[in-house]
Write a protein that binds this ligand. Structure first.
Ligand code: 13P
Length: 312
């Protein structure tokens, strides 16, 4: 069990029609929250590190994450989120990641194909699997600020051409979501027909970025504890459930963990201004994040899937 290639987890998910969370980590507490939740829920999981997360965590963080993944009693993939270059993906592979994303979605199609194919060749040679992206999410991507109106939804015919030419294993699609805590007014529109169209042409697992639910209760508690988060909105759980039935297999979640962490830290410090023991501040934050991850696993349908699991 333990540390496995991303495709093993995601192809099984697409085969059996459930979603698996890719949760971003930046430190020990977030990583523990993710792994503890996965073990409690008997769920496969991907732990994602972005280039920013790797920079923040230094050399020790990937070691800790990979170690915890190896020791876990459920299938875990360690994934590079939004790799910006061939070099970045190679560095992650050398660190022991089992899944990398090469994101050249802001380039022309031919450049995206070429750069993705280079990463695929290197990654596959050592058993690592690859996520690519076409189309452009609204909001802020890791490496480039994209205005809402510049969002370009993934074209199904291009998706088909791209996957055949690049050899990538799973595909991030732009279908109406965006990163962060402000995903549009009201219930953000998700283009379900587009997901179905892409999935009908491709057997590959599809990836939903910007999938956080931004739970109202967390936002209310955050603001009650001194936070100032306005216009918060996330992806409705029913849209995520439906997207899973349509072919989405990897569901990226970062914002919800950030909200849970910050809310709990604010509450603890508000409720006990004499507190200065980091364990008494970060411990409750870790528990709050774990609860968020567990709830997400129930929504995705990955709960219980680690038992009797076989690679896809
Ligand atoms: P959220 O901001 O919705 O959590 O999305 C995270 C993400 O897609 C990371 O790649």
């Amino acid at each position: 069990m333990a540390l496995v290639p991303g495709r093993d987890i995601l192809a099984a998910a697409r085969r059996d029609q459930y979603g698996v969370g890719a949760f971003n980590t930046n430190d020990m507490e977030i990583t523990q929250a993710i792994v503890e939740a996965a073990e409690a829920k008997r769920s496969p999981v991907l732990i994602a590190l972005s280039e920013g997360g790797l920079k923040y965590g230094g050399a020790e963080l990937p070691k800790l994450v990979i170690d915890m993944a190896r020791e876990a009693s459920v299938p875990v993939a360690v994934h590079l989120d939004h790799g910006s270059s061939y070099a970045s993906c190679l560095r992650a592979i050398r660190l022991g990641f089992t899944s990398v994303m090469i994101d050249k979605s802001h380039e022309e199609e031919d450049v995206n194909v070429r750069e993705t194919a280079r990463v695929v060749e290197a990654a596959h040679a050592v058993g690592v699997t690859v996520e690519a992206e076409i189309g452009r999410l609204g909001g802020v991507e890791e490496h480039v600020v994209v205005a809402e109106e510049d969002a370009i939804l993934t074209k199904p015919d291009e998706a088909q051409r791209f996957m055949e030419a690049s050899g990538a294993d799973y595909l991030a699609v732009a279908i109406g979501t965006s990163h962060g805590a402000n995903k549009g007014t009201g219930r953000p529109y998700i283009d379900h027909a587009r997901i179905r169209d892409i999935a009908s042409r491709l057997p590959h697992p599809l990836v939903m970025h910007g999938a956080s639910g931004v739970p109202e209760d967390l936002v209310r508690r955050l603001n009650a504890a001194g936070g100032e988060l306005a216009d918060a909105s996330g992806i409705h759980e029913d849209d995520v459930r439906q997207a899973v039935t349509e072919g989405i297999a990897k569901i990226n979640t970062d914002t919800d963990l950030r909200l849970a962490f910050t809310t709990r830290v604010r509450e603890v410090l508000r409720d006990d201004p004499t507190q200065f023991d980091p364990r008494k501040i970060l411990g409750p934050a870790r528990d709050e994040m774990r609860a968020v991850v567990e709830a997400r696993m129930d929504v995705f349908g990955s709960t219980g899937r680690a038992d009797g699991w076989t690679a896809g």
